[in-house]
Design a protein around this ligand. Structure first.
Ligand code: HGY
Ligand code: MN
Ligand code: MN
Length: 438
C-alpha cells in the first residue's frame, strides 16, 4: 500500500526512552548534556546510533566528515532518498533535545514503519550531521555546509579548536573519518524536526511550528590590543585598557541590535584575556560576536554600524581592534511544497500549529540551497535552549515525530521526477495521505 495509514503513529515512549538513554553520553549533574562534536562522548553516541540503526535494518554510511547516513530501502532504489535527521553534538551547556530530538525521531519513524510493515516508494534516510553547533570548531553546521558545496571537505578538516586540534585529527581520534566523499550521496528532500529553542510555541500554546524561513546569521572573531601595565601605578588617563574597550564593544553591539528591534539579536559569547592577572591592566583580548536577523539588509546595516563604533572606540582609547567576519548565512526561505507537506500532515493529525521563522541556525538551512527542505518545530519550556534546563514534553515530541512520519511517507510516495513540480505534487499527495476526510 503506497499510502501511509493515516492512523499510523510513532511509539512516543520508545522515542522518549532513546532521548533519555543517549543523554548519558556526556550527561551533566544538572541534567543536561555536554557532548562537543568529535569528542569521546560524541564517538560513543555515534556508535550507539549506528548500532540502533543497524538493529532497525538500516544501512549506515559515513562520509569523510563523519556525517552518518542511515538508509531505509524503498521499492524504487533509483529514487533519491527522502531524508530527515539533525545532529547529536551539543553545546557545553547543552540540553537533551537540541538536535537529538530530530535525529532520534527519524530513527523512531523507521522503527514504526518496520513494525507496520510499510515500504515506501523512494528510500528514506536519517542523517546525523557532524558539528552542527559550531562550539568546538567554527563554523556551525559545517558538515551540511560542505555537503551543500559551501566549503570543501579539506577546508573543513583543517579547522582547529582552541587546543589546536584539527577536525581531521578529531575525526580520526574517534574513528569517524568515513570513506564517502561529502556531497556524493543524493537527497531528494530533507525535513528536520527540532525544538523551537525560542518562546513562541510555548507561550501561544501551539503544538507544531511549520517553519518556512530561517533568519540570517553573521559570526565575527575580534581582537583588542592595548598595553599591559601595572594596576597600581598606571594613572587612569594613561591606560590602554583592552577590557574597558571590550565592555564598550559589548554594549555597542547590544545597542545596535536594539536599534533594529524586535528582530535583530547580538551576542558576545566568548571573550578571553591573554595572560590574565588581577594586578595587570588587560592588554590583549580575543572576542566573538554572533549577529542575527531575518533581513539581509539589516544584517548589512548592523555590520556597518558595528565597524563604525569599533573604530571610534579604538581611536578614543588608543586600542588596536580587529573584527573579522568568519561565517555568514543569508536568510533562508524553505521549499514551499515541502512546507506545505508539513502543514498538510499537521492538519491531518489535527494538531494546533502556526507558520514561523527559525531564530536558530540548522543543517536544514544549508540543505535548502540544493534540496527541497523544510522544518518542523515543537515547543520547549519557556523557549530555553543551550542550557541544561532545556525541556520538552513527551506529548509534544511524539506529536512532532508523528508529523515527521506522515510528511516523510507522503514525500517518499509522491512522484519524484526530480523537478519542483513533482515536489509540489507531494503536497497534494500528503493531503490525501494524512487527511482522513479526503
Ligand atoms: O547557533 C545556532 O543557531 C545553533 O543552535 N547551533
Ligand atoms: Mn540544533
Ligand atoms: Mn544548538
Amino acid at each position: 500500500m503506497h499510502e501511509t495509514r493515516h492512523n499510523l503513529r510513532v511509539d512516543g515512549s520508545r522515542l522518549w526512552a532513546m532521548i533519555q538513554e543517549t543523554a548519558r553520553f556526556g550527561g551533566t549533574p544538572e541534567g543536561g548534556v555536554d557532548r562537543l562534536t568529535l569528542s569521546a562522548t560524541d564517538g560513543q553516541v555515534r556508535d550507539w546510533f549506528r548500532d540502533a540503526c543497524e538493529a532497525a535494518g538500516l544501512e549506515i554510511h559515513v562520509d569523510e566528515l563523519g556525517t552518518q547516513f542511515a538508509l531505509r530501502r524503498g521499492r524504487d532504489m533509483s529514487l533519491a532518498p527522502v531524508a530527515c535527521g539533525s545532529h547529536l553534538d551539543t553545546q557545553p551547556t547543552g540540553g537533551r533535545f537540541d538536535g537529538i530530538l530530530g535525529t532520534l525521531a527519524g530513527l523512531e519513524v523507521m522503527r514504526t514503519l518496520n513494525d507496520a510493515g510499510i515500504e515506501t516508494e523512494a528510500p528514506l534516510m536519517v542523517v546525523n550531521w557532524t558539528n552542527e553547533e559550531g562550539s568546538r570548531f567554527a563554523p556551525a553546521t559545517m558538515a551540511s555546509a560542505a555537503y551543500a558545496g559551501l566549503y570543501t571537505a579539506e577546508d573543513i578538516r583543517s579547522r582547529r579548536d582552541a587546543a589546536g586540534i584539527s577536525v581531521g585529527e578529531a575525526l580520526d581520534a574517534i574513528g569517524y573519518r568515513g570513506g564517502e566523499p561529502t556531497g556524493a550521496r543524493p537527497i531528494g528532500a530533507f525535513v528536520e524536526l527540532h525544538i523551537e529553542q525560542g518562546p513562541i510555541l510555548d507561550a501561544e500554546g501551539e503544538t507544531i511550528g511549520v517553519v518556512d524561513r530561517c533568519q540570517g546569521v553573521a559570526w565575527y572573531d575580534g581582537t583588542i590590543t592595548g598595553f599591559e601595565s601595572h594596576a597600581g601605578t598606571t594613572p587612569m588617563p594613561r591606560r590602554r585598557d583592552a577590557q574597558c574597550g571590550l565592555a564598550e564593544i559589548a554594549l555597542a553591539a547590544e545597542a545596535i541590535a536594539l536599534a533594529h528591534a524586535p528582530s535583530a539579536v547580538a551576542t558576545m559569547g566568548e571573550a578571553v584575556i591573554a595572560a590574565p592577572s588581577r594586578n595587570v591592566v588587560p592588554g590583549r583580548i580575543a572576542f566573538t560576536l554572533d549577529i542575527r536577523d531575518p533581513d539581509q539588509g539589516t544584517l548589512d546595516a548592523i555590520d556597518a554600524a558595528l565597524r563604525e563604533r569599533i573604530a571610534e572606540i579604538g581611536t578614543r582609547r588608543n586600542l588596536a581592534i580587529t573584527l573579522d567576519k568568519i561565517w555568514s548565512r543569508a536568510p533562508v526561505v524553505f521549499d514551499a511544497s515541502v512546507v506545505s507537506a508539513v502543514e498538510s500532515a499537521t492538519r491531518g493529525l489535527g494538531l494546533s500549529h502556526r507558520r514561523m521563522v527559525s531564530g536558530a541556525q540548522h543543517d536544514a538551512c544549508n540543505l535548502a540551497d540544493t534540496v527541497p527542505t523544510a522544518m518542523i518545530f515543537v515547543p520547549c519550556k519557556d523557549g530555553i535552549s543551550h542550557n541544561p534546563a532545556e525541556s520538552a514534553t513527551l506529548a509534544d515530541c511524539t506529536a512532532g515525530a508523528d508529523v515527521l512520519l506522515q510528511t516523510l511517507v507522503a514525500l517518499a510516495n509522491a512522484p519524484q521526477a526530480g523537478s519542483t513540480s513533482s515536489v509540489s505534487g507531494i503536497a497534494a499527495k500528503t493531503q490525501s495521505a494524512s487527511d482522513p476526510s479526503s
